[in-house]
Design a protein. Structure first.
Length: 185
């Protein structure tokens, strides 16, 4: 039987009381526990994630369309599974989720949804947005929200690479409401 190498989740007894306290305030997600393996980066990463998820002016539903597309393009099953639950909680439909989970360009959403997916695709695959895509989001969202969209896609690209490279496993029971496991959707 092949051995799968992965970075283990930290033992709570080896974490600082501050990190344990912060983990206690967050959903019981393995992604947060894995971040605790890097104590100097733990609080800044959590604060950065919360700035995108809770304090951004960018619309949550639109954000989740972009996040799901990043997860699809980067093949991050953990990110995909967790954010399907989040997306549903902010009104993304099953049909929209299916339209996002395609290889190649997303074309079955409305014009705005297709644009959000294009932005996620370009940032994930090409690193740099095309001039056309950048102009389209600046025209549609203005400077602040266009910047927040780019920052969101960039953060979730970093996160998917972290999740996949450390081999973070899905929790046995979904900690987020309506999270479905692959094969159960």
């Amino acid at each position: 039987m092949p051995v799968t190498i992965k970075i283990p989740l930290p033992n709570e007894a080896r974490l600082t009381p501050e990190i344990v306290a912060t983990l206690g305030k967050l959903p019981a997600l393995n992604v947060f526990r894995m971040m605790a393996n890097a104590p100097a980066s733990f609080e800044p990463l959590i604060n950065f994630a919360m700035s995108i998820l809770l304090r951004s002016e960018f619309d949550k539903r639109k954000r989740e369309i972009a996040v799901l597309r990043v997860a699809q393009v980067t093949r991050s099953s953990y990110e995909w599974t967790q954010h399907v639950a989040v997306a549903k909680s902010v009104g993304v439909s099953d049909d929209e989720i299916a339209a996002i989970k395609v290889d190649g360009a997303v074309t079955r959403l409305d014009a705005e949804g297709n644009l959000l997916c294009r932005v996620a695709d370009e940032i994930s695959r090409d690193v740099r947005l095309s001039d056309e895509a950048l102009a389209a989001i600046m025209d549609r969202y203005g400077v602040r929200q266009a910047t927040e969209l780019i920052l969101c896609c960039s953060y979730f690209n970093m996160l998917s690479r972290f999740l996949e490279s450390t081999r973070v496993e899905l929790e046995p029971q979904p900690p987020l409401p309506s999270a479905r496991r692959p094969g159960n959707s």
